[in-house]
Design a protein around this ligand. Structure first.
Ligand code: ADP
Ligand code: ARG
Length: 342
């Protein structure tokens, strides 16, 4: 294996931190499940326009490739190598602020967390049989959820194309064919073992075997972050009684992409900011101050339409869940204020 060539214009964190020296130290290492450096960096090498460029094939990828992973994690989350992540999912400590009393700006709110089952490789390293086993275990647990959480699991392989299209259009289902995941080996054997669970109201959903084995999602129209979070906590409490998730003392919940470590939580609003959206500098100044990220109307790698943006927390590691909600709330408050002023 030779040192990969990155084009001059490449700005990925992989190209920044995979120096020839780091490469030399890591090139022959294998994790406990046999995952290699070559596999970990394939996505970023094939796609020089990656922001990050690496994926973990198992929990052991993080310590094994630490000379590469640690600086990437530090730059993305602002999390120092000697820090320790703390979770706070015990109760709903979050005190909401009324953000949009007339319902003029916030269209919908969504909070998701990523989880992977303890003892299995992650998406880039999992075998076909193991993936099916994970799907089977998760499905069994999902189909006995109580009350308002109860619903049905829909295997992707049995879903009609028109239903798939409409679930994607309405923001409920993952898109297919992400080229970064494809290069990382996450999409092998697609659509086998993949699926979506949702309750009757489609305000509680679980994606199975997409980028992570579980993406647990609570969402609804409007800006009631508290209600969305309460539903997510309730679901997590139920799922944790029967499923054990991959968790690390230092890095929190283990995910296939280093951007999702820690809380693995992305709390977002779809918000109409047609005027502020035209003032890029001011818009970015506010989001940066509150550690927020701007995405398009169909999520990552999509563009905004009609001045509607997906605003969410950027950091997931080294911050607690209530802190993330606090950052989002303060940031959205500032964004609405700025929009009103223009
Ligand atoms: P992830 O949330 O897993 O990081 P994406 O950015 O691809 O991944 O978003 C997944 C889907 O969730 C997309 O269809 C996106 O539009 C939708 N979504 C995200 N936030 C919201 C929200 N606040 N309201 C409605 N849909 C949302
Ligand atoms: N691998 C892609 C990149 O480096 C996505 C990284 C973050 N997004 C994610 N869905 N994990 O740009």
């Amino acid at each position: 294996m030779c040192y990969p060539k990155f084009p001059e214009e490449c700005t990925s964190l992989l190209s920044k931190y995979l120096t020839p020296e780091v490469f030399d130290v890591l090139k022959d290492k294998r994790t406990s499940t046999g995952f290699t450096l070559n596999q970990a960096i394939r996505s970023g090498v094939e796609h020089p326009d990656s922001g990050i460029g690496v994926y973990a094939g198992d929990a052991d990828s993080y310590p094994t490739f630490a000379p590469l992973m640690d600086p990437i994690i530090e730059e993305y989350h602002g999390f120092k190598p000697h820090s320790c992540h703390k979770i706070n999912l015990k109760s709903n400590h979050f005190i909401p602020k009324i953000l949009d009393p007339e319902g003029k700006y916030i269209l919908s709110t969504r909070i998701r967390v990523g989880r992977n089952l303890k003892g299995y490789p992650l998406g880039p390293g999992i075998s076909r049989e193991q993936r099916l086993e994970v799907a089977q275990k998760v499905r069994q647990v999902l189909t006995v959820l109580p009350d308002d959480l109860s619903g049905m699991f829909y295997p992707l392989s049995e879903m009609e194309a028109s239903i798939k299209r409409s679930l994607i259009k309405d923001h409920f289902l993952f898109k297919e064919g992400d080229r970064f995941l494809e290069a990382a080996g996450v999409n092998r054997h697609w659509p086998e073992g993949r699926g979506i669970f949702h309750n009757k109201d489609k305000n509680f959903l679980v994606w199975v075997n997409e980028e992570d084995q579980l993406r647990i999602i609570s969402m609804e129209k409007g800006g009631d972050i508290s209600s969305v979070y309460a539903r997510l906590l309730k679901a997590l409490r139920h799922l944790e009684t029967t499923l054990e998730f991959e968790f690390d003392e230092r890095l929190g919940y283990i995910t296939s992409c280093p951007t999702n470590l820690g809380t693995a939580m992305r709390a977002s609003v779809h918000i109409a900011l047609p005027k502020l959206g035209e003032r890029k500098k001011q818009f970015h100044r506010i989001t940066k101050k509150h550690h927020l990220q701007i995405r398009g109307i169909h999520g990552e790698h999509s563009t905004s339409k009609e001045g509607i943006y997906d605003i969410s927390n950027k950091r997931r590691l080294g911050v607690t869940e209530p802190q993330i909600l606090h950052d989002l709330t303060e940031g959205v408050y500032a964004l609405i204020h700025a929009e009103k002023q223009i």
